[in-house]
Write a protein that binds this ligand. Structure first.
Ligand code: ADP
Length: 442
């Protein structure tokens, strides 16, 4: 059996898929963006495509698949989801439709689909990125949120509480959308800005697999840190959720309806919701699995279980029998129903280590050793992904983290405590980008 993986970048998740594929005896074929990978990064003949040229990318993959047939496919990251859907359609493989994947990837189209289906959405409208922010602000209700239509990871998402902060945020978003690296994507969606009402409340993420129109929830994550702006940096994800069961059911119900409204039917989904007394507001349902390293927080075991009830088992047994998310995704891509897989009984969590300030990353202390982050009880792994001498850019402009901390324990509160305790032991050396020069002119 052969599975095609469309991936934004090389890196951890593609390696994790490689390991899972090897165990399953499945051959992986990669298609990746040539802009990022000029050589053949895996030396295994990845199909070189251009994410911004969808028609040519689809043609190249379909051609390659004629010579070397594939039995299933998966997209990792937001960018290749529509290409993946078009390839699935061309080859007659099950997957999300191209129209649904395109709507899921565009925040304006998502809002329109959800509103038309009668789901909770904030008020919203779009304006050109070149518009005059003062003219827009004069008739706005505050607080509001502005965001790009097609970036991810909270990049460019900002809250404004009054006309002055709206103006500042708008100009900042304009500058971001006009930077060379975003221009290089040649995406006309970056010419438009979405303005919408701020939704107060708690935030949750849902990881799921749609199987021929039926949503199988793999995990509901709590985001315990308040996300009230002005920027929306995600830090901790914890599962299982500590939210009351009826609340979790309402979240699953809203995500199910949102996926249906978007037309998503078959394949991985990752949804984000905000919940308050008004109801569940689905912010987005992405037609892809949870990003990159965070997938490590999810392990599964076979057996019919319930999302809300877990049977206690000995940790060693759990470890032996549990499978990574990548394996479940590969099995599903090859047609297997996800019904028989349930998340492991242990609570699990990940901290995406935020970038505290702009500067050059020189290194980190406090990872190993008796006093290090790894020695904190329940910590599984501390992985620093920032590279020495890398220029670090925090949100809202940045698109990366310093690294990730993973923990598992008997309950989510212990996971939360472990993640924070481990983080507190890390000491990052970040130097100013330029030597600071004192000037009489300020
Ligand atoms: P991205 O796809 O970049 O993650 P989102 O639209 O999901 O962009 O927004 C990122 C984060 O910003 C959300 O997880 C949430 O915390 C916050 N956010 C976005 N829109 C709103 C809103 N209308 N009200 C309150 N918070 C919001």
């Amino acid at each position: 059996m052969r599975v095609l993986l469309l991936a934004t970048t090389t890196g951890y998740q593609t390696r994790a898929f490689g390991d899972a594929a090897e165990r399953l005896g499945v051959e992986l074929v990669f298609a990746t963006d040539r802009c990022r990978n000029l050589d053949d990064p895996w030396r295994d003949g990845a199909i070189a495509i251009r994410f911004h040229d969808e028609a040519a990318s689809v043609a190249a993959i379909v051609d390659a698949a004629r010579a070397q047939p594939i039995d299933g496919l998966l997209a990792v990251g937001d960018q290749p989801t529509v290409i993946a859907a078009r390839v699935a359609q061309a080859l007659g493989l099950p997957g999300h439709s191209p129209e649904a994947s395109a709507a899921a990837r565009n925040k304006q189209a998502t809002r329109e689909c959800l509103r038309a289906a009668g789901l909770w959405v904030p008020w919203f409208f779009t304006v050109p990125v070149t518009a005059d922010p003062d003219a827009i602000a004069s008739s706005l209700a505050f607080p509001c949120v502005i965001k790009p239509l097609a970036l991810s990871g909270s990049r460019g998402v900002m809250r404004a509480d009054d006309p002055a902060s709206f103006r500042e945020a708008f100009l900042r978003l304009r500058a971001l959308l006009q930077t060379p690296d975003i221009h290089a994507k040649r995406n006309t969606e970056h010419e438009t800005v979405l303005v919408e009402g701020f939704i107060p409340g708690r935030e949750f993420a849902v990881e799921g697999l749609l199987h021929h129109g039926v949503l199988h929830v793999l995990a509901i994550f709590d985001k315990p840190d308040p996300l009230d702006g002005p920027f929306f940096e995600e830090t901790i994800y914890l599962t299982p959720s500590s939210w009351r069961e009826a609340g979790q059911r309402a979240i699953v119900d809203a995500v199910t309806r949102a996926a249906e409204a978007l037309g998503l039917r078959h394949g991985p989904v990752h949804a984000e919701c905000r919940v308050n007394e008004g109801g569940v507001f689905v912010l987005e349902v992405a037609a892809r699995p949870i990003g990159g390293l965070c997938a490590r927080a999810l392990r599964f075991q076979q057996g019919v279980g319930s999302l809300f009830q877990f049977l206690p088992e000995a940790p060693a047994e759990i470890e032996k029998g549990s499978r990574p998310l990548e394996e479940i995704l590969l099995r599903h891509a090859l047609g297997e129903s996800p019904d028989h897989w349930t998340r492991e009984p242990l609570a699990s969590g990940v901290m995406m280590i935020p970038i505290p300030r702009r500067g050059v990353f020189r290194g980190v202390a406090g990872v190993a050793g008796d006093d290090g982050a790894c020695a904190v009880e329940h910590i599984d792994e501390v992985r620093i992904t920032a590279k020495p001498d890398q220029l670090l850019t925090p949100l809202p402009e940045g698109a990366s983290y310093l690294g990730f901390i993973f923990a598992r324990a008997a309950d989510a509160a212990a996971v939360d405590r472990a993640l924070r305790a481990a983080h507190a032991r890390l000491r990052f050396a970040i130097e100013p980008e330029w030597p600071v020069v004192q000037s009489r002119h300020g």
